[in-house]
Design a protein around this ligand. Sequence first.
Ligand code: CO
Length: 134
Amino acid sequence: MIGRLNHVAIVVPDLAAAAANYRETLGAKVSAPQDLPEHGVTVVFVELPNTKIELLHPLGEGSTIAPFLAKNPSGGMHHVCYEVDDIISARDKLKASGKRVLGDGEPKIGAHGKPVLFLHPKDFAGTLVEIEQV
Ligand code: CO
């Protein structure tokens, strides 16, 4: 059902420092920071040959990643995102297997302008999983 690993998202306390680390120390292709107010994050995209890393920093009041950063002050891995062809069919299969879909279960438009859903970390070995229809 799942296809490619679309991205791994990492919450960071200092976006400029994290971007510099990926650009200069690791030699990766790194985008300029982009504010995504509707998602409560500022994001830097790190392009790797086979996937992306998204460096996330809270933006604005009530950012959903602010509590994560409060619990993990030096940052940490936040979620992995797998691609699916048909998000409704993927969701229905997951629900039929007893997996918990977060929120109201209806896909939302994610950071790349495509429909996404998040799955409960307790159903996936403590890892928040995002699925994205590509
Ligand atoms: Co994501």
